[in-house]
Design a protein around this ligand. Structure first.
Ligand SMILES: *[C@@H]1O[C@H](CO)[C@@H](O)[C@H](O)[C@H]1NC(C)=O
Length: 365
């Protein structure tokens, strides 16, 4: 009998323990859920967008299209002066070692670039360096022009502080902050994405052969040896792999896109970018995109405009040397196949616009 009572007590004890543990499990599970939901971007919170690209890749147009929305506060190439500051160090390194030192491989640059991005996107201008406030790109855009002028005019530290405070106010009035930059790696942008749940990355790529030819025409001393092409392809591959990995982690926060798609279907591609950011693609924005991407004199309708856009996008095919194209075949094989850029082997294929250079890109968003 006593034995049975003991068993009863034992049973109750075990049951209670089990229930308590179960409840505790549930509680901590809920706590974990709460923790995860805190990691989500809260509705109504400010959004941070980094538009990352390479030189001559159509990022200015893409940037303009996003910045057209009245909710967006945009800062154009904020790392311009900072990058210049490291230029001497790069040149010295190259002179001494005969090897290229890329900006994004310099730890000091990384650190300072991260700080600039953090401050601009979160509208924290309290200690904004003059490298940023007096960036000539700031002067070129309405949203940041006043900041430049005010700091440039200020005669005392107090006056400058007041300029920064006003600039910060203007920034805070807009719920979406955008920076467009060439001077950052996807890994660096990834650090910011990791630490801010409302941060998004748009990685924009244009056919590197087109960017190449555009730079060759624009810059007298543009280096275009096989080694330079190899280095670019290596960087593209590294950035692209990093973007794909980051997107696996944050599917809604990383967007990989090609400029060719924007050039050929501007309205569709712009709307997709707006959807990704979570901005309404209004009638006004759509008209802006149309006007930006269609020649004024062309009133013959959409079809002809699309043909024009195609011609414009591939104008480089007329002048790029075959040996350059071949170097891209060799060194950019990996990123090209992921992005849907097709290799060319013969001059007559290169110059014949009917031979397509673009196919579906497996890794595009
Ligand atoms: C900046 O200040 C200098 C000297 O006061 C002036 O000459 C220059 O025009 C200013 N720049 C701009 C863009 O306002």
């Amino acid at each position: 009998m006593g034995c049975r009572v003991n068993t009863g007590i034992g049973f109750v004890f075990v049951l209670t323990t089990f229930l308590l543990l179960w409840k505790w499990e549930q509680l901590s599970f809920n706590a974990a859920l709460r923790y995860i939901s805190q990691e989500k971007c809260a509705p109504g919170a400010s959004q941070y967008v980094i538009l990352l690209s390479y030189a001559r890749s159509g990022s200015s147009l893409t940037n303009e299209i996003i910045a057209e929305h009245p909710d967006v506060f945009m800062y154009f190439e904020p790392l311009h002066n900072l990058a210049k500051m490291f230029g001497l160090q790069q040149a010295e390194y190259e002179a001494m070692t005969n090897r290229h030192l890329s900006l994004t491989r310099m730890a000091d640059y990384d650190l300072l670039a991260n700080r600039v991005i953090e401050r601009l996107l979160t509208c924290d201008y309290s200690k904004l360096s003059r490298l940023v406030s007096l960036n000539h790109h700031a002067y070129e855009f309405t949203l940041t022009e006043q900041l430049y002028k005010c700091v440039n005019r200020s005669k005392t530290p107090e006056e400058e502080t007041e300029c920064l405070r006003l600039g910060q106010e203007r920034c805070r009035q807009k719920p979406v902050r955008l920076i467009k930059t060439l001077r950052l790696s996807v890994d660096q942008a990834g650090n910011f994405i990791n630490s801010h749940s409302c941060a998004k990355l748009i990685f924009l790529i244009k056919d590197p052969r087109g960017s190449h030819q555009s730079k060759a025409k624009l810059f007298e001393h543009y280096r275009q040896s096989a080694a330079d092409i190899q280095r670019f392809c290596w960087r593209l591959d590294k950035d692209l792999s990093a973007a794909i990995k980051l997107r696996e982690q944050y599917p809604d926060r990383v967007y990989i896109t090609r400029f060719e798609d924007l050039a050929m279907k501007p309205l569709l591609a712009s709307k997709r970018i707006y959807d990704f950011i979570g901005l309404a693609f209004t009638e006004k924005v759509s008209k802006f995109v149309y006007d930006k991407t269609h020649a004024k004199k062309d009133t013959s309708g959409y079809f002809n405009s699309r043909v024009d856009a195609y011609q414009a996008c591939y104008r480089w095919r007329k002048s790029i040397p075959l040996k350059v194209v071949r170097a891209y075949n060799d060194f950019c094989q990996q990123p090209f196949s992921k992005l849907g850029y097709l290799p060319i082997h013969l001059t007559r294929q290169l110059r014949n616009f009917k031979v397509p250079l673009l196919t579906d890109g497996a890794v595009l968003s």
